[in-house]
Design a protein around this ligand. Sequence first.
Ligand SMILES: NC(=O)c1ccc[n+]([C@@H]2O[C@H](COP(=O)([O-])OP(=O)(O)OC[C@H]3O[C@@H](n4cnc5c(N)ncnc54)[C@H](OP(=O)(O)O)[C@@H]3O)[C@@H](O)[C@H]2O)c1
Length: 332
Amino acid sequence: MDVAFLYRTLKGMHVLKPLVFRRTPICYCIAWKTKTQRTYQTFCDALIYRKHGPYSEVLKLERIPIPQIDRDDIHVRMLAAPINPADINMIQGTWRTEAVCKANEVIPVANDISVISAATLSVNPCTAYRMLKDFVTLRPGDTVIQNGANSGVGQAVIQICASFGVNTINIIRDRSNLNEMVKKLQSLGANYVITEDMLQKEEMANLFKVVERPKLALNCVGGSSAGNLFYHLKDGSTMVTYGGMSRKPTPLPAKALIFKNIKICGFWMTQWKRNHLHDLTKLTMMVSDLTEMIRRGQLSEPSCTKVPFYDFSKALQATMESYSNKHVLIMN
Ligand SMILES: NC(=O)c1ccc[n+]([C@@H]2O[C@H](COP(=O)([O-])OP(=O)(O)OC[C@H]3O[C@@H](n4cnc5c(N)ncnc54)[C@H](OP(=O)(O)O)[C@@H]3O)[C@@H](O)[C@H]2O)c1
C-alpha cells in the first residue's frame, strides 16, 4: 500500500499495534513524517524495567525521549492498556503515554466502540476467537468446556460461543461471591457455570444427559483442573492449553488419551500474529468480526477496574491478588 495514503488514512484514527508491542494497546495516531519540522512533544512517560525481578522493585516510571519519526513511521498517543497475567510474568508491556512505530505495523480500529473494548480487543477476544475457530469445527448445539471461565479470555469465549449457538460449560474457582459470579457469567450467555469441586463429582454425568459432551476444552489453569476437563471430553475431541495460572503440570489420564483419541494442542496469540506478519488480512478480518460483535452487543467490555496510569503500582499489586478484577491503565 502507498505509505502516504496509509498515513492519511490513519491520521486521527484509533489504531491497534498488532505486532511491535506484545500486549497490544489502543492508541491514537497523532503525527506522521512530513517535509516540515515536527511540532509535537519529544518526551513521554513510560513504565520501564531494566532488569528482571519483582515488578515492585524493577518497574519504574521514567520520562523517556520519543524517537524521531522516519518516513514510514507514525507517532501514536496511547489511550489505555490492560494489565494481563503474561505482562506480570514478562514485565513487558506497552505501558507508556506515546510511541513511534512503523505505519504498516498498525491496523485501524473503529472509534465508535469504547476505549476499554478497543484496548482489550487484540489480546483476550482475539485469543478466544482463534481458539474457537482454528482447532475444531463448531456447530450450533456443540459444547465447549473451559476453566478460568471468569477471566478476560473466558468471558470472550462465553460470548462468542453464545453468538455461534454453541453451549459452554464454565469452570470457576469457589469464592465468597460465587452466586454473583455465576449470575454475571450467565448474563454473558454461559449455559452452565460449575465450580472446580463440582467438576469432580459423579453428578456431572447427569449434566451430559441434557447437553452434548464437549468436543473442545480450553485450559488456562493446568494442574488437576486441566485433568478434570480432559476426563469429560467426547471421543476425538481436542484440548487447547493457552495458560498455566495454577503453575502446576497437567496430569493426563492415559485411558482417555488411548481410548478417546483426544488431541492435545497449545495456542499462543503472539506466535499466531508472528505467523501472519507477512499478510494482515486474517488479523484485520478477525478484528472486524469482533468489532461487529461489539456493535451488535454480543461482546461486551470485560469487567475491569480502570486505573489512572500514574497509579500503576496499586493496579499491579491488585492484579497479583487472588480473585482480583482485570485492571486497565488509562493514559489520558
Ligand atoms: N496463549 C495466549 O495467547 C494467551 C492470550 C491471552 C491470555 N492468555 C492466558 O490466559 C489466562 C487468562 O488471561 P486473562 O488476561 O484473561 O486473565 P484475567 O482476566 O486477569 O483472569 C485471570 C484468571 O486466572 C484465574 N486464576 C488466577 N490464579 C489462579 C490459580 N492459582 N488457579 C486457578 N485459576 C487462577 C482467575 O481466577 P480467580 O478469579 O478464581 O482468581 C481468573 O479466571 C492467563 O493464563 C493468560 O496468560 C494466554
